[in-house]
Design a protein around this ligand. Sequence first.
Ligand code: NAD
Length: 520
Amino acid sequence: METMTLTQDMQEVLNTLGIQSVNPAYSTGQKSGSTDGERTTRDIHSPVDGSLIATVQMASVADYDQVIEQAQKAFKTWRMMPAPQRGEIVRQIGNRLRQYKEPLGKLVTYEMGKIYQEGLGEVQEMIDICDFAVGQSRQLYGFTMHSERPQHRMYDQYHPLGIIGIISAFNFPVAVWAWNAMLAAVCGNVCIWKPSEKTPLTALACQKIVAEVLKENDLPEGIFNLIIGDAEIGSKMAHDRRVPLVSATGSTRMGKKVGEAVGARLGRSLLELGGNNAIIITEHADPEMAIRATVFGAVGTCGQRCTSTRRLLIHESRYDEIKERLLKIYPTLSIGNPLDEKNLVGPLIDQDAVNSFKNALQKAQEEGGKLLVGGEVLSGEGYEGGNYVTPALVEAENYYEIVQEETFAPILYLIKYQGDVHDAVATHNAVSQGLSSAIFTTNILEAEAFLSQRGSDCGIANVNIGTSGAEIGGAFGGEKDTGGGRESGSDAWKVYMRRQTNTINYSTELPLAQGIKFDI
Ligand code: NAD
């Protein structure tokens, strides 16, 4: 690959965030464990223009063990700190992220390729979850129960689990870590984060920010750990009994392997995997709203969100009108450098993603689909070194093999349905994934049918809102091949804790439950 020189602006961002030209495999110590010579290195090129941003060392197995040891040690201190005091540390982390929001947002854009507005949004999501976690630190509630035995008290309480392993995907390089890490931390856990090997630099930047706060508070750096490695390190975590919970975000293929390995040792996993999300546009939809939500859902983040809209199920009475409107909008989408505010669509992450995009379009056409617009790979002025494509619209059927798969690229399948909302829901649910879903309708009966127990089978179901762009306050996750995990808001914190039921006898008798007599 031809290497472009970094712009001065980007060099300043790297300096502000403390990213070197060669960066270590993990954050603390690195005194023992393997020597640098045993580590491989990985060059990180920007999908924006192909420039070499920096190089990172990839952790070795010996590094992994050292990180585990430092996390185990830190856990002993951290778990004894009262939860609201842990919340205070998270509050300071949130404030520090506010301070670094712009450079960090820019680095997200430069390393991952999402447009700058979305890069900033991703950092904002980290800030929001910090705020949420601070409040949560005073609300780790259990129930109290009335005992059947006289002068007995029963209640349940929650304790931290220990080390939480966090494996994250490239497309949300920092937010998903924060969703997990900040809640896990107020619950008293320590974390080991293995970011995507495609986006380790934003992870390094976050780690440095957190380390500053820990140092200022005289706390061990091992409370939040970072280890940069590939699937092998993730797999080690999945097999490791010292990691009671592994939260893994990524493809269904990866999740099946992680789930199996963690399950085999009876550990816990929180799986956030692929989606194949659809919007239903019924005959009663407001077309203006439906179109705006569809376009944002389908082309936002260049179709690389787990919640991206991939299927559009349109009632036959509205099909031609919706198709025509989309055909007018798609050619006007500005594609290019995501740091340029006029562009709405940035690049795909790498050449492999471009190949999957092209292969999926070819397969869709082989199966009988019709490519209506887009599907080109862009080159030449403004696109040098980057992985730019034009978002595609394809007329298709839901049962096509390629429509049943998640292609992580901006392809939207237009699917015509006949009949009522129940027919639409049946088609909607006829895929193996179950992450996000939406219906556009002004008819309350249709809306409620979509949300009912015979409606959408997804973890997220929206009315008159698109499939992507969730708020941190709700529990996030999906069913079926999406893995069943829930993280972020609502009561998702419980997954990071172990529940203990306590019974206290304050009488001088020892009655047994169920009235059992056992006199000795
Ligand atoms: P990926 O599965 O290739 O990699 C994700 C992470 O898993 C990386 O850190 C990778 O190193 C690690 N990994 C891969 N194989 C592993 C193994 N056998 N054991 C342990 N770790 C392993 O995914 P990606 O290309 O980075 O991200 C895109 C995918 O992530 C899409 O399918 C998308 O839908 C999904 N995703 C889901 C959510 C969600 O919340 N449901 C959010 C973001 C992304």
